[in-house]
Design a protein around this ligand. Structure first.
Ligand code: FPP
Length: 257
């Protein structure tokens, strides 16, 4: 166990789950502000995305050192297709290039790559890189990078409801058997723990259709930094802030004692 990890060891409460110092397994990030970062430097938006992609390995490493098992990054939303075509295709090329360039790092660090979102709509050259690295890393445990690609919560829940409606229609599912567990098992995040901490950079204070159901009890942290400027130090500050908070899950503070 690394020094940092030992420092942030959870303080066990009576049920081992709720309250302050709770284990931080999953951090989700909205990497916002690439465009503004570039514009303020008189550069094209894509330059900001390139710098943003370069930031990812640093934050992955910091997350690992803090004991985080799952890091989920909002890399392309289901609404981002409406951006100018040149930006969309540049983002797709950047995604494929970044995956390829980091392949050895994933294999060396034993990091599993997962995706959420409807990746079937991505260009074939992106899917090829993603599928290859997903297959090469599928047996790794403990260290996971989840890329949200063509992802939006409303699209995700719509697809899940369609799937369950089909199961009801074919007689494989009774309406009474529909529970939150059943619904969450049909979301793209099936098998992934809910995010404990959700970070958004760039000073914007919204969730933008990101993990809306999964983040029901996530602690939110908003950073003023644009994503290309977001640092390891600020990531650690967000983790420290998380450990100072008390997660109550609808209970009273007294009940947690
Ligand atoms: C939001 O900033 C960022 C995105 C829509 C794309 C995020 C993509 C990357 C960081 C690069 C690829 C990532 C990986 C993991 C390979 P914005 O463009 O909306 O910024 P703005 O609000 O300042 O315009």
């Amino acid at each position: 166990m690394g020094l940092l990890n030992a420092f942030f060891m959870p303080q066990k409460n009576k049920d081992g789950r709720k309250g302050r110092g709770e284990r931080l397994r999953h951090v989700a990030i909205i990497m916002d502000g690439n465009g503004r970062w570039a514009k303020e430097r008189g550069k094209k938006r894509i330059f900001g995305h390139i710098k943003g992609a370069e930031k990812v390995p640093e934050i992955m490493q910091a997350a690992h050192e803090m004991g985080v098992e799952y890091l989920t990054l909002f890399a392309f939303s289901s609404e981002n297709w409406n951006r100018p075509a040149a930006e969309v295709s540049a983002l797709m090329r950047l995604l494929a290039r970044t995956i390829k360039a980091n392949r050895e790092k994933f294999l060396g660090n034993k990091t599993r790559l997962l995706t959420i979102g409807d990746v079937s709509a991505l260009p074939a050259f992106c899917r090829r890189e993603l599928d290859l690295l997903k297959a090469q890393t599928k047996d790794f445990e403990g260290r996971n990078l989840v890329l949200a690609l063509n992802y939006g919560s409303r699209d995700e829940i719509t697809r899940a409801v369609k799937k369950m409606a089909g199961q009801v229609k074919s007689g494989n599912l009774e309406p009474d058997e529909i529970s939150w567990d059943r619904i969450s098992g049909n979301l793209d995040t099936a098998g992934i723990p809910d995010p404990d901490l959700l970070i958004r950079t760039s000073g914007e204070l919204r969730l933008s259709n990101y993990l809306m159901l999964q983040a029901a009890y996530a602690e939110l942290y908003f950073s003023k930094q644009y994503w290309p400027d977001f640092s390891r130090e600020e990531f650690i500050a967000a983790v420290n802030e998380y450990h100072r908070r008390e997660r109550r899950y609808g209970l009273t503070g007294e009940q947690l004692k």
